[in-house]
Every structure is written in C-alpha cells, then in structure tokens.
Design a binder for this molecule. Structure first.
Ligand code: NDP
Length: 248
C-alpha cells in the first residue's frame, strides 16, 4: 500500500493549475482530497470529475486571506473524511510588474494571498498535527523564491518568505518531536492560469513569451507532491525545484 492511500489532503488553490492537477493525481492514488479556492463552479466540476473516476473528494469555497475560512476547510476535511493528514498550501497570485509601475494595491494583495494565506493555512492545521503527532505541510514557493528576477520584487519576496517559513517549521517540528513533515516546491514555468493575474502589459507580454517557449504541464508538480507524501513517515523530502529542461 502506498503512503498516499487513505490520507486526507487539504489543497488550497485547487480550482486550476497545480492545485487541480495535484488533487486529481492524489485522488487517483487513493487519497481523500478537500479542495479550496474562491471559484465554486470550478471546484464543483473538479470534484465531480474525481468522483466520476472513482475517487473521493469534497470542496469548500475558500479565500485564504480570511483565517476563519481556512479553519472551516479543515473542519470540512474532518467532518467528511474523519481527519486531516496533509495540507498543500498552494494558492497564489503573481501580478508581475516593475516597482516603478507603482501597483501598490497589487503589492498588498500579493502579500496577503501568498504570505497571509500560508500563515492562515498553517494556523488552521498546526494544533491538530501537534495533537496527533503527525501531519505533512507542503507549500508552493517558486524559483522566484530562490533567485531574484526583475519584475518580481514583491512576488519573489513572498516566495522567499515561504522558503524561510517552511524551513523553520521543519526545524522546530523536529526539535519539538511532533513528527510533522514539510516539503517546499520551487516550480519554474508551468502552464496554468497564473499569468492571468498580471495587469502590466509589458510584463504580461514578456512572461507569455517565456511560458510559450518553455512552459510544461502542472502534472509535473503534482508528481513531486505525490512523491513527497508517498515516502515513509520517518522520511522528509525537504525541497523540490522543478521546471522545464529548456528554461535557462
Ligand atoms: P493558477 O492561477 O492556475 O492557480 C492559482 C490558484 O490559487 C487558483 O486555484 C486560484 O483559485 C487560487 N487562489 C488565488 N487567490 C486565492 C485566494 N485569495 N484564496 C484562495 N485561493 C486563491 O496558477 P498555478 O497553479 O500556477 O499557481 C499555484 C501556485 O504555484 C501559486 O502559489 C504560484 O505562485 C505557484 N507557482 C506557479 C508557477 C507557474 O509557473 N505556474 C511557478 C512558480 C510558482 P481561485 O481564483 O478560484 O480562488
């Protein structure tokens, strides 16, 4: 039996892209997945597709910036499937633009979704994971969280935060002996709806060119999330950097 089968996995940002691909893959491997995002129609459709394929899934409409909604999706996991074993903190936006464009509303929104969304998700599961002395927190950072890219000052900053936060969560959990596993994923160009959040024309054009040339399927990220979960409980897969072979 795999270490995925039977696990209850909460996934944020599950209505498209990496979250959707991961929900479908994990469900096909016997996980019980609970999908969260804001677009209910998309979530319902994905749950229907998973169930039609014989998998188990539920959803809850979720804005990750609202703490109580993160608590609520964890409650849905417990009520529907009897517990929570894994949370995949994946919701994110990337409104790339040079700082000189002064898109200050987008700066704030990016911080709120990409940083507060991660904090709210962790806060929603940590007491349960500590109490049950097991759990797995997986987060989507980015290659922009490893390297500086002009245009990504704010987005990149939020993804550097995710890296640091996840590493410290891992270290503290190990020190405290709570048996919580952590994994941080650093994707490069993955073909999803992410570029839709770019309002700056020049930045959008540049990113579209990059993704058209190099982008690969979100399935590739789903594969590494599944790999991390599938390892034995005493084994922590700390990090994965995954992107197109051709991307410089
Ligand atoms: P998508 O745009 O396809 O997916 C983003 C997901 O986040 C959607 O499901 C969206 O759903 C959700 N989301 C956005 N805002 C919120 C919110 N406030 N509350 C809840 N959910 C929200 O892009 P990806 O699949 O690419 O993005 C997933 C993650 O991967 C992001 O964190 C992104 O930064 C990261 N990443 C992606 C890369 C890529 O090349 N695609 C590269 C590096 C990292 P909804 O609108 O329904 O709420």
């Amino acid at each position: 039996m795999s270490n995925i089968e039977g696990k209850v996995v909460v996934i944020t940002g599950a209505s498209s892209g990496i979250g959707e691909a991961t929900a479908k893959l994990l469900a096909s491997k016997g996980a019980k997945v609970v999908l969260g995002a804001r677009r209910e129609g998309k979530l319902q459709k994905i749950v229907d597709e998973i169930e039609a394929d014989g998998g188990q899934a539920a959803y809850r409409v979720l804005d990750v910036t609202v703490p109580s909604e993160n608590d609520a999706i964890v409650e849905v996991a417990k009520d529907t499937f009897g517990g929570v074993d894994v949370i995949f903190l994946n919701a994110g936006i990337m409104p790339t633009a040079p700082l000189s464009a002064m898109k200050t509303d987008e700066w704030r929104k990016t911080v709120d979704v990409n940083i507060n969304g991660v904090l709210n998700g962790v806060a929603a599961v940590l007491p349960t994971f500590i109490e049950q002395e097991s759990g797995h927190v997986i987060a989507t950072s980015s290659v922009a969280g490893l390297k500086a890219y002009p245009g990504n000052a704010v987005y990149g900053g939020t993804k550097w935060f995710v890296r640091d936060f996840m590493e410290i969560l891992r270290m503290e959990s190990a020190q405290e002996g709570t048996n919580i596993r952590t994994a941080t994923i650093y994707p490069a160009a993955i073909n999803t709806e992410l570029l839709d959040s770019i309002s700056h024309e020049g930045a959008a054009e540049q990113m579209e060119g990059l993704y058209e040339q190099h982008g690969i399927s979100p399935d590739r990220i789903a594969n590494v999330v599944a790999f991390a979960i599938d390892q034995p409980d005493d084994t922590n897969v700390n990090e994965f950097t995954v992107g197109p072979t051709t991307q410089p």
